[in-house]
Design a protein around this ligand. Structure first.
Ligand code: URA
Length: 198
């Protein structure tokens, strides 16, 4: 058995704390909190919005409909879940209506309560690239930038390189959106492999 890396141990401790989090009222209605998943030594961290119903049940990010699209996009650039780290801005499922209810966008207070968890995940992993999926995730790093203006274009902030991408759920709006997502995912390889080596 290979010894666990220092990062893997730190991440495991962080995940245990996230699973017990009561920082916002979402803890009262969730099945379980959903920490990130994947490699502690990943060079790329993906950040989505919040767990949906499937994620709430299974305890893993991106395992519902949007997750299938995400897996396909990852595969299209030769990556799999074990190569990267995948997490969400908010770790507990926001929903409306009587359970199981409908997924909803997380509220400002829920996002603020969860922000330190995301910061700690990134602090431990120290990735070369953070890929934000959708406007909510982008807002955590570049609060005044619009995804429609900067998707697919690498940005620098606080010593981190961010690649803002649309959320995979946009694929539900048709083939044009799928083409945009696929083209933007190819930018990940470009950022990771400098021009001289492509
Ligand atoms: N599933 C997630 O885990 N995050 C999202 O943003 C959407 C679906």
């Amino acid at each position: 058995m290979t010894p666990k890396s220092r990062k893997a141990k730190a991440l495991e401790r962080l995940h245990s704390r996230i699973l017990e989090c009561t920082r916002c009222p979402l803890h009262l209605t969730r099945t379980q909190a959903v920490p990130g998943t994947g490699s502690a030594d990943a060079e790329i961290v993906f950040v989505g919005e919040a767990p949906g119903r499937q994620e709430d049940v299974q305890g893993t990010p991106f395992v519902g409909g949007a997750g299938k699209v995400f897996d396909g996009l990852l595969a299209s650039i030769g990556l799999s879940r074990t190569d990267v780290y995948i997490t969400n801005t908010v770790k507990s499922r926001p929903f409306v209506g009587p359970p199981p209810g409908r997924n909803r966008t997380p509220a400002r207070e829920e996002i603020a309560a969860c922000a330190p968890w995301l910061a700690e995940e990134i602090q431990i992993i120290q990735p070369r690239l953070v890929v934000t999926l959708g406007q909510i995730a982008l807002d955590q790093f570049l609060p005044h930038r619009k995804i429609s203006e900067i998707h697919g274009k690498p940005q620098s902030t606080g010593g981190i390189t961010i690649l803002p991408l649309y959320h995979p759920a946009m694929s539900r709006y048709g083939s044009e959106w799928i083409a945009i997502l696929r083209a933007d995912f190819r930018k990940i390889s470009k950022v990771m492999i400098p021009e001289s080596r492509t």
